[in-house]
Design a binder for this molecule. Structure first.
Ligand SMILES: *[C@@H]1O[C@H](CO)[C@@H](O)[C@H](O)[C@H]1NC(C)=O
Ligand SMILES: *[C@@H]1O[C@H](CO)[C@@H](O)[C@H](O)[C@H]1NC(C)=O
Ligand SMILES: *[C@@H]1O[C@H](CO)[C@@H](O)[C@H](O)[C@H]1NC(C)=O
Ligand SMILES: *[C@@H]1O[C@H](CO)[C@@H](O)[C@H](O)[C@H]1NC(C)=O
Ligand SMILES: *[C@@H]1O[C@H](CO)[C@@H](O)[C@H](O)[C@H]1NC(C)=O
Ligand SMILES: *[C@@H]1O[C@H](CO)[C@@H](O)[C@H](O)[C@H]1NC(C)=O
Ligand SMILES: *[C@@H]1O[C@H](CO)[C@@H](O)[C@H](O)[C@H]1NC(C)=O
Ligand SMILES: *[C@@H]1O[C@H](CO)[C@@H](O)[C@H](O)[C@H]1NC(C)=O
Length: 682
């Protein structure tokens, strides 16, 4: 017994000694594993599932592992063929990543286990959009042959019209490297001569990427197994006057969400943050106390910010569905809003590409549509010297919520007569956004801080506000205050595209981040009705403040915002950080696809039918997001196989040596218990 105990103690002691040595040398420890997380969270391509599609990435459950291999040119992509290790994580420059051939070729190799994507320092990226050439073509108005709006997108699929975002990368994780991580990875590869050599010597720099997603098969199976959540969040809407069913409503809308290949990089500075900013600035101009006459206009104005539009118009389909199906219950069953009540609808899309002109699109050139474009043209001529409002009619409205709203009409005649107009910056020849729905549609791309950018948005806001004024009044009194607040436009654009820790955000919602970063506006999977995501909370507060009927309601620390006898259709909203409450008719509306009739259940598949009780209507989005395991990425060195064998043999030798020492000690030292117990005895 004593022998065994002593032996164990000694082996344990030697083992502890080894551990101690490693911990006493932190440099050595760091050299073994280096975590990848730059100064932000890791950004990865994620797995999404619909009833008939699985897209995006997941790692194997124990991670994608491989030696690093650099691909920044066609030559290096060709070289990959000759790289003879059995597993690789490729490090791909943005321009190579943007070429569809790169991912398509890599996908054919078993040794391709994942990728790290980076933007080189100080280089201008070539046009790239991970979206389809006709984004959202499966949803909204049918078009037999949708125009290739997005020339920077596509490249995948049989017709080459699908974008890289909508492909299935199976168990290959694809991460985006922040500049800090890019520099780390490139410097490790350079030190190791691994940047340019096809088969460099050992040790190799390798990476382990974990982004395991549970979702598998399709949305229906995945929801049943509770491994997926439907994409859902909130729309925001607010009215100038207290809403009632006997007053006509002028609706003005913009998209709140954006999209990117990588989960948290959905900045969408041009598409469609520019339209969002213009709408909020126009609402502020109309909400200014100087313009309070708007609150007595014949028609009400309803501002709507839709969410989830990038994934088949989730937010607008839910609202239009509630307005057209019987019984309508938007905003409530007691006060239903129907399309008959909406003479004019104006949607604002991206605004910052091209020159100063904007184009108005409609489905048919109806009398109502002519009125809307007339109001826009008059306002533009009155307010700015150089903005023209061009006009395009035809079924091929660019990707816009209006496409989904029009498709919800049950009565063809009413659809043809509807006064719905989409305004955006590009002519009928297509988008002029080089980076549509990618992380590169950012502040740099739109030159967010330049006076030209701010002025353009500011001018559009003024034109919008003046047009809405004209639409709301049947006989128009002059609008006292006519110019939007350009400083506010500048600040809001800055907060969204550059720094979400800006003062405006701090004043209105809780700020968690310390490092300046843009607001990512991916719709997400907000599961509960009560709480808003922070971006949604921020836009809610911006709209609520813009159209508040009273900006000086006393804040009561016991009661929150004290009641002041106003009608319940206004609600009191407190800005964080201030002791002031706003009284505003601003509300949220749950944005989730009508394809789901209960949380976690899809309507049964059936013959497509207009009666939504009969079967799932394939026009509605069925996108869900897979649940994830924690995301991790790290670098380490791989030794040559013989060196690894050496380590194992060395370890075994050490073990047997320890055993030998223990055995020697236990056989050559005799324990004389008497001498211990009785020093004098013999
Ligand atoms: C990029 O620009 C910065 C600042 O102008 C400069 O310090 C840096 O050396 C440049 N890097 C490269 C790779 O050209
Ligand atoms: C609805 O609003 C209009 C205009 O403000 C007003 O004249 C009318 O009385 C209201 N109707 C109801 C039922 O509140
Ligand atoms: C612009 O509109 C205002 C009133 O709304 C009017 O007084 C002014 O003459 C108009 N200016 C032009 C250039 O049309
Ligand atoms: C904005 O409108 C003003 C006033 O008409 C004009 O001087 C300016 O050039 C316009 N700016 C842009 C960028 O359209
Ligand atoms: C469709 O709308 C038109 C007028 O807008 C109306 O005359 C017609 O009766 C409607 N059709 C149906 C089937 O309700
Ligand atoms: C941009 O506009 C601001 C405020 O209107 C002005 O102070 C500044 O000089 C302008 N900058 C440039 C480069 O024109
Ligand atoms: C806000 O209300 C308080 C008390 O009701 C009043 O003293 C104060 O002047 C008001 N502030 C503004 C900016 O109207
Ligand atoms: C604050 O709210 C409490 C509870 O409703 C009420 O008793 C109190 O009078 C309010 N204080 C003020 C200053 O309005």
């Amino acid at each position: 017994m004593a022998t065994l105990a002593a032996m164990l103690a000694l082996v344990l002691g030697l083992a502890l000694l080894a551990v101690d040595t490693a911990e006493a040398q932190p440099d050595l420890f760091r050299r073994i594993y280096t975590g990848l997380d730059g100064n932000q969270d890791l950004n990865t391509c994620t797995r999404l599932l619909s009833v008939d599609k699985v897209i995006g990435c997941s790692s194997p459950e124990d991670g994608g592992v491989g030696a690093l291999f650099h691909i920044s040119s066609d030559q290096e992509l060709d070289n990959f063929d000759r790289a003879d290790h059995h597993s690789y994580i490729t490090v791909i420059s943005q321009d190579m990543f943007a070429k569809p051939t790169t991912l398509q070729r890599l996908g054919d190799y078993n040794k391709f286990k994942g990728a790290l994507v980076y933007s080189p320092e100080n280089t201008t990226a070539s046009p790239w959009s991970p979206d389809d050439t006709s984004p959202n073509a499966d949803f909204g108005l049918e078009s037999a042959n949708p125009p290739a709006w997005n020339s920077a997108g596509g490249g995948f699929g049989a017709s080459g019209a699908e974008g890289s975002h909508w492909q299935n990368y199976k168990s290959r994780p694809i991460f985006y490297l922040t500049p800090a991580d890019r520099d780390l990875v490139i410097s490790r590869m350079t030190e190791n001569n691994q940047l340019s050599t096809i088969n460099p010597g050992y040790p190799l720099v390798a990476a382990e990427l974990r982004s395991f997603m549970w979702g598998a098969k399709d949305a229906k199976t995945c929801l049943r197994r509770k491994h997926c959540d439907p994409l859902r969040s909130h729309n925001i809407w607010g009215t100038m006057q207290e809403y009632n069913t006997s007053q006509e409503v002028v609706m003005v809308t913009a998209q709140m969400d954006s999209l990117a290949f990588f989960h948290d990089q959905a900045i969408g500075a041009n598409a469609d943050a520019s339209g969002l900013v213009a709408l909020i600035a126009a609402a502020r101009l109309l909400g200014d106390p100087m313009n309070s006459a708007i609150r007595t206009a014949q028609k009400n104005i309803m501002f709507v910010l839709f969410n989830g539009e990038s994934f088949g118009y989730i937010g607008s389909s839910r609202m239009a569905y509630q307005m057209t199906r019987i019984p309508s219950n938007f905003p409530s069953a007691a006060l239903p809003l129907t399309f008959d009540q909406i003479p004019y609808l104006l949607e604002i899309g991206q605004l910052l590409s091209g020159g100063e002109d904007i184009t108005a699109y409609s489905y048919r050139n109806s009398a109502r549509v002519q009125e809307v474009t007339g109001f826009l043209q008059t306002a533009a001529a009155n307010l700015t010297s150089n903005m023209n409002v061009d006009y395009q009619a035809g079924a091929d409205i660019p990707p816009a919520s209006l496409r989904m709203i029009l498709h919800e009409f049950r009565n063809e005649t009413k659809r043809e007569e509807f006064g719905g107009v989409f305004i955006t910056d590009h002519p009928a020849s297509g988008f002029t956004n080089s980076f549509y729905h990618s992380r590169l549609d950012n502040a740099d791309y739109i030159d967010a801080s330049s006076n030209a950018t701010v002025e353009k948005l500011c001018n559009v806001s003024s034109v919008l506000a003046k047009s809405l004024w004209s639409m709301a009044f049947e006989t128009e009194p002059p609008m006292p205050l006519q110019q939007a607040d350009c400083d506010f436009v500048r600040e809001l654009l800055y907060c969204i595209t550059v720094d979400q820790t800006c003062q405006l955000v701090k004043d209105s919602v809780n700020v968690i981040e310390n490092t300046p970063s843009p607001i990512s506006r991916y719709v997400g999977v907000k599961p509960t009705a009560g709480t808003l995501t922070r971006p949604v909370g921020f836009f809610f507060n911006q709209l609520a403040a813009a159209i508040a009927v009273d900006r000086n309601v006393t804040y009561n620390s016991t009661d929150g915002c004290t009641a002041n006898g106003r009608a319940p259709d206004y609600q009191r909203i407190r800005w964080r950080g201030t002791d002031v409450c706003y009284l505003s008719a601003t509300f949220t509306h749950l944005a989730w696809s009508p394809a789901f009739d209960g949380y976690y259940s899809l309507k049964p598949l059936g013959t497509p039918s207009f009666d939504y009780r009969d079967g799932r209507d394939p026009r509605w989005s069925t996108w869900t997001e897979s649940t994830w395991d924690p995301i991790k990425g790290r670098l380490f060195f791989v030794d040559a196989p013989h060196a690894e064998l050496g380590t194992v043999l060395g370890g075994l030798a050490w073990f047997f040596l320890s055993l030998g020492i223990v055995y020697y000690l236990s056989t050559h030292i005799t324990y004389d218990s008497h001498s211990l117990l009785d020093p004098d005895g013999n």
